[in-house]
Design a binder for this molecule. Structure first.
Ligand code: 5GP
Length: 117
């Protein structure tokens, strides 16, 4: 990866994280500040700053993140109860780490979401 964010450093094992899944294209680890009983981040190994920065040739990356999250939910046994996946994009979306990532939230009924006002 040419870019450098905290997630790139986690992938390089320079800082610790509870990595729960990894394949050739995607890695996933528990969020440090969980917003639900299960909160896992799915991150592409390829550098992509935001959903907005994705090139046409990179559009399969989101499918890989979503598929890995769905597989994880099935494997962990909470797929039938349900879960939420979220991608925050740029400032109004609440993005704070500028390497594309998909949040997987589960483990309890989740509240509605939208503006905080
Ligand atoms: P965003 O707000 O960009 O959509 O999500 C970034 C997420 O990364 C946040 O939920 C935040 O808690 C998580 N995060 C930030 N730094 C770290 C870290 O060093 N380790 C882990 N495991 N999660 C982090």
């Amino acid at each position: 990866m040419s870019e450098d964010t905290i997630f790139h450093r986690i992938l390089r094992r320079e800082i610790p994280a509870d990595i729960v899944y990894e394949d050739d294209h995607v890695f996933a680890f528990r969020d440090i500040a969980p917003q639900a009983p299960v909160h896992v981040l799915f991150v592409p190994k390829e550098s992509v700053r935001t959903l907005d920065a994705m090139k046409p040739s990179q559009s399969d990356i989101v499918g890989k993140l979503a598929y890995a999250a769905a597989e994880y939910a099935r494997k962990e046994g909470f797929a039938e109860d349900g879960y939420r996946v979220v991608i925050n994009c740029n400032a109004h979306g609440g993005q704070t780490v500028f390497q594309l990532h998909l949040h997987l939230l589960a483990g309890a009924p989740l509240g509605r979401f939208g503006t905080s006002r």
